[in-house]
Design a protein around this ligand. Structure first.
Ligand SMILES: [Mg+2]
Length: 359
């Protein structure tokens, strides 16, 4: 996502938004900060907009800010051609809004995040904002510095994605769910260094064509190295940030990334071939699972798609050639199709979607 943070609307009290917005840069989103309220804590990841530089030079999907000045925040959003306004709100701040502030809130697709301690007051005061557009920050202590692994960062990222998907507002669309290692990037066992992430040939072209046909692009990844203690959660976010950056340089924006950090024996339902992450993405982003595909280099990838009511596709990159020869197991549906790589798979998915009148 491309995100403008309207720094001048965020005071010291809005520390959750300050930290979480800066941390979105650590997850590979493009974060511009300005005008005003420089993110001293944000380090080199956030691009600061110097005073006097016209905002119209920047292009953003969303503008983030605080409750204190929705008109100026929305105006910053209009200048950058953002579609979504996402504010951290408190009942006292909203109570001070005048008619123009309320008009500004409605001038973009708006959503809000609220401290848990403010929830009751907002329920009473925030009816005119649309309660379904409000969500809560985490109950955890705020991060001391921008932290990709903090619960608030996750909440803000999902709130941004959800608002963008709802703004798009069409009937539920199809997605291509994508395994990461061996499907999008070269398989390296447990990826130790995010800088080793390398896109497989044909991946950018495939993703561009799928996005152009209206598919949401959603990464679904098993990262049991976290649960096994092989690397910290922050390492997964670093690698995912690198993936976002590599793809953005080729004009591709992922709609979302979901991963399971648990050990295989943890009994969770989010690890592929479980369908929980695909179902969560469907709820969050308005995805029609029956019109979606899951592509991966392992049988469990295809099976996760199948389990979600989508279509499962195997690619022969990564572990795919070995997996193709493996027995799917008793009672287990094999992949619907097998292709040499994602590029080939994308051609087939586009043709399937077109045949069904979906693309
Ligand atoms: Mg894989």
């Amino acid at each position: 996502m491309r995100i403008l943070v309207h720094g001048a609307s965020l005071g010291e009290r809005e520390f959750r938004m300050r930290r979480a917005a800066a941390a979105l840069a650590l997850r590979g989103h493009q974060v511009f900060w300005g005008p005003g309220g420089a993110p001293s804590e944000a380090g080199g990841e956030v691009r600061e907009i110097a005073p006097g530089i016209p905002l119209s030079r920047f292009e953003a999907d969303l503008v983030l800010g605080g409750a204190r000045d929705p008109l100026r925040t929305a105006y910053a959003g209009w200048r950058t051609r953002a579609h979504v306004l996402l504010l951290t709100l408190d009942a006292g701040g909203v109570a001070r809004w005048n008619a123009i502030d309320h008009w500004a809130w409605n001038s973009l697709f708006a959503a809000g995040l609220v401290e848990e301690t403010e929830a009751d007051a907002m329920r009473r005061a925030g009816g005119s904002l649309g309660l379904e557009r409000l969500a809560l920050w985490s109950a955890e202590a705020p991060a001391a510095e921008p932290d990709a692994t903090h619960a608030d960062t996750e909440i803000l990222e999902r709130a941004c994605e959800r608002a963008l998907a709802r703004h798009r507002g069409r009937s539920p669309r199809g997605a291509v769910f994508l395994d990461r290692d061996g499907t999008l990037v070269v398989e390296r066992g447990y990826l130790a260094d995010p800088d080793d992430l390398e896109l497989l040939p044909g991946v950018p072209e495939a993703l561009r064509d799928l996005a152009a046909a209206g598919f949401a692009l959603i990464v679904i990844s098993n990262q049991s190295g976290v649960g096994r203690g092989l690397f910290p959660l922050a390492r997964v976010h670093q690698a995912m940030a690198r993936l976002r950056t590599l793809l953005r340089a080729r004009g591709i924006e992922l709609d979302a990334i979901y991963f399971c950090p648990h050990r295989p024996d943890a009994g969770c339902d989010c690890r592929k071939p479980g369908a929980a992450l695909l179902e969560r993405a469907s709820d969050d982003l308005g995805i029609a699972l029956s019109r979606s595909f899951m592509v991966g280099d392992k049988l469990i990838d295809a099976r996760a798609g199948h389990n979600a009511g989508s279509r499962g596709v195997l690619v022969r990159t990564g572990y795919g050639r070995d997996e193709e020869r493996a027995n799917p197991g008793p009672g287990m549906a094999p992949p619907e199709r097998v292709f040499d790589d994602l590029r080939d798979a994308s051609r087939w998915m586009l043709a399937e979607a077109e045949a069904a009148g979906l693309a």
